[in-house]
Design a protein around this ligand. Sequence first.
Ligand SMILES: Nc1ncnc2c1ncn2[C@@H]1O[C@H](COP(=O)(O)OP(=O)(O)OP(=O)(O)O)[C@@H](O)[C@H]1O
Length: 593
Amino acid sequence: MKDLKKACRYFYKYLSPYWKASAVMVISTIAAAFFQVIAPVYMGNAVTELGKYLAQYMDPKTRATASMASFYQALFLMGAFFLANAIAQYISWMIMSRFAADATNGMRKNLFAKLQRMKIKYFDTHQDGKLLSLFTSDIDNILNALNNAIFELISQGALFIGVIIVMFSINVKLALLTMASTPVVILIALIIMNKARKYLDAQQDEISNLNGYVNEQINGEQVILSNGLQQESIAGFDKQNQKVKETMFRGQFYSGLLFPLMQGLSLLNLAIVIVGGTWMVADSQMNTAVGLGLIVMFVQYSQTYFQPLTQLTSIYSMIQLALTGARRLAEVEEQPEEDTVPNGQVMQPVKERVSLEDVHFSYNKGKEILHGIDLSVAKGQMLALVGPTGSGKTTTMNLFNRFYDVDSGAVKFDGLDVRTLTLGSLRQHIGIVLQDSVLFTGTIADNIKYGRPDASEAEMIEAAKQAQIHDFISTLPAGYATQISEEHALFSTGQKQLISIARTLLSDPDFLILDEATSNVDTVTEEKIQKAMDAVLAGRTSFVIAHRLKTIINADEIAVLKDGYVIEQGSHEELLQKQGFYYELYTNQMVLD
Ligand SMILES: Nc1ncnc2c1ncn2[C@@H]1O[C@H](COP(=O)(O)OP(=O)(O)OP(=O)(O)O)[C@@H](O)[C@H]1O
């Protein structure tokens, strides 16, 4: 019930702006239903008039005056109402498809914008494929339902009410007879729908899990191939796919069961109306032609009465999948967003120092990762962080630009807590070069100018030169205009990092975080990266995560992190003299080199 409310609120949010178009659509849908309900009256009248005409014609006394005018008139009105029904339906469809496209476009736009505002934790804890499912499967289900189900829902609802009113206004007994089986029909439908809903809900979750799995396996294709784990990967897929199949089959089975069941019940009801109606008409003192007309009318009404029930059950799975989609999208909209600190102070360039003061941090409650870190780097200096894997280096780095916030203690720029600065200005002043550099679809120039699209050609080339990547770009036929696309891997890992360094140099941040990645590149590239790093670090306040200790020998300060504690701190020389953990790390690496 809570889920249904959530889904309905979501729909209200996105559909209410279209209330004018919706009103026209609802009116024309109801009009279409009205014309459909009223047309059989004239069909019945036509039969009655034909009966009367035949009776007059058969009687030699009245044959001369017998006329078919009333029959033609009833026939004409019946045709006119059927035509009006078609026109009203056309108008509804036209409005509906326009507004379904617009509304889902808004949903898609807001979902993407919402993802941009969400905390990094959400992305760290949700598979990419599952997020993609929201854009594809869930929004598609909603579009499908808006296009095909909403119109039906309104028109069949109107038809249902309309037909009941008309039936009662014509003949109460026959109306009651036509409706007699309704409680049983509704009860059966509810039982089946309840079963179907459970599986249709699960179906969407399983599809999302499958997308997550496929995305993960495609990303890890190199690992799979190099370990010869293709069969295991396929087996994992089959397992997940089987779950989708099971839930899909059950959901569709139960919801699909409704339609034939309703049709069967509708036929049964038709038989009841014909037999019961004939009996009622015969029992009353009714004129035969009038009675015949009445039965023809109620035969038609019995079908029209059951049509909404049958139609609604046939679109039930569509509606349920849309409700599930809306619920899942609403849940994303409820996710906490980054605190942009709109009324905070605008950060100024670093004048004195950047510091971490008694920082405690945990990703999940009860499992502290950083236990009281105190670190400080003076303006223009370089602080290097070293330590074994899992010691908390990346975690520490993520606190500066508020990817995560501390549990206690503070991260400060010139004594100002990062949580008091506007997020935009904070991030503008921090440049990050990650281990895994990301390039976006576009030209090389677009990628270098990513952080500063207004930079001049000369500035861009200067940055590329300092980043040691200009010579390579110059060898490409299209130079800086070369398109980067996913299909052809133009750059090696090292070259990608050089582009990323050029990007950072161009945006000229005054505090730099560098996650050094020299461990998996060749020696020539390593040398280039070292030069590029020197260029980007020169004169800047920086925080470097070092994997290869020889790259940070010249750091002003080196902090050794182990299990979330800073265990040693000092210059390279001082730390070597101590002959402690750093000394051990360093000598071990030197032996390997
Ligand atoms: N998003 C996360 N959610 C929960 N725990 C995490 C998350 N990221 C890292 N951790 C945990 O925090 C600890 C520190 O990880 P972190 O990535 O900071 O180490 P690191 O020193 O950078 O390691 P490496 O040198 O391998 O990159 C690890 O125990 C890790 O399991």
